[in-house]
Design a protein around this ligand. Structure first.
Ligand SMILES: C[S@@+](CC[C@H](N)C(=O)[O-])C[C@H]1O[C@@H](n2cnc3c(N)ncnc32)[C@H](O)[C@@H]1O
Length: 340
């Protein structure tokens, strides 16, 4: 069922783009065709258009960003394209807009301020709202997962996508609570999780942080989306094209880091069992030596920048090696019966 909370995004809070100055500092001058796979409030797309990128193809799965995209369509009618789609489809979206190759792909992962700060989207344990968390507003919601998945599946999701060591205790508590009444609000779920941490002190990270992250990642299939988007970027980037990814937590960052590392080496590296195995030359090289993080001043001005990391790689001219997904650190979990 579509979420009535997904409305046109005309009211505040707006999103402050994270690490924008670092991105510009590393990559300007801009030219060529760019894909902004995570349009959000359009901060990056706008900067690229104003900095003379030839064209920008923007994508966002959240239909509520359409009004912000429409402003740019009117301002840059021949240079800006927008698709309400998933970024795993970025190569198809670019091709439908008439571009067989592009010169840059940017992914600024995670949720926007409009999503997390609007209580009715159900992303935040700090604001009471319906348990939802769907970026696109359709498909399985956090409510469906929390109220219908088996205890084992819940524990698996919370452990693998939240790296929460009390996953089993939390899953057990959810299952006990929902026997009496459906868990339908972020507040109820956050309270129930907090009760699993008797020694929790308010100065530390809120105990619901990791479980909410896990549910959000699962509901939006975020890590699979990321892997598919990286692979699609590799296919559509022209030689010398730039891949830039901003991550906000260790699961995302691990995938991007491993992808760039594996793709910057001869693949497979060594295989003494198959010495004659076909070897692929690197398809990327690291552009910046290290990941970039926000300055103290940026974190002070925008606390969301705190955990952000920017990694950049440059595409090389070579064949693409088919890499097994398990090498990227993607947690593989099998979800069984989805009924309690
Ligand atoms: C951190 S915000 C991007 C903010 C944007 N760079 C700006 O300057 O305003 C992330 C955005 O990516 C979108 N998003 C996340 N995963 C997506 C996916 N798999 N496909 C398409 N959009 C996605 C979210 O809906 C959200 O609007």
């Amino acid at each position: 069922m579509a979420n009535p909370g997904v409305q046109e995004n005309t009211e505040y809070p707006r999103h402050i783009p994270v690490l924008l100055n670092d991105f510009v500092g590393q990559l300007k001058p801009f030219s060529g065709v760019w894909i902004d796979g995570t349009f959000g409030d359009g901060g990056y797309s706008k900067m690229l258009l104003e900095s003379d990128a030839k064209s920008v193809i923007a994508i966002d799965r959240d239909p509520s960003v359409t009004s912000a995209a429409t402003v740019l369509i009117k301002q840059f009618p021949s240079r800006f394209f927008f698709a309400n789609d998933r970024f795993s489809k970025l190569a198809d979206v670019a091709q439908s807009a008439g571009f067989e190759t592009v010169d840059g792909v940017l992914l600024d992962l995670g949720v926007s301020s409009m999503q997390i700060d609007h209580a009715n989207r159900g992303f935040s344990f700090k604001k009471n709202g319906p348990l939802d968390m769907r970026m696109s507003g359709s498909g399985l919601s956090a409510f469906d997962v929390v109220n219908n998945f088996s205890e084992k599946d819940l524990a698996n999701i919370i452990y693998n996508f939240g790296e929460e060591r009390l996953s089993r205790r939390i899953a057990n508590s959810i299952v006990k609570e929902r026997k009496n009444k459906e868990i339908d609000s972020t507040e109820t779920l956050a309270r129930l999780i907090s009760d699993c941490f008797p020694k929790y002190k308010h100065s530390k990270t809120h105990p619901a942080t990791r479980t909410f992250q896990a549910l959000r990642i699962f509901v939006n299939n975020e890590l699979e989306e990321l892997v598919e988007a990286l692979e699609a970027a590799e296919r559509i980037l022209s030689p010398n094209g730039i891949l830039a990814v901003i991550t906000f937590h260790s699961l995302e960052d691990r995938i991007v880091k491993r992808f760039i590392k594996l793709k910057s080496e001869i693949y497979p590296k060594v295989n003494r069992h198959q010495p004659t195995q076909l070897k692929f030359q690197p398809s990327f090289e690291k552009f910046a030596k290290k990941k970039m993080v926000a300055s103290k001043a940026e974190v002070k001005a925008n606390s969301r920048a705190r955990s952000a990391k920017l990694r950049i790689a440059r595409k090389l001219k070579s064949d693409i090696a088919p890499i097994e997904k398990n090498l990227l650190g993607l947690p593989i979990i099998s979800i069984g019966a989805q009924i309690r």
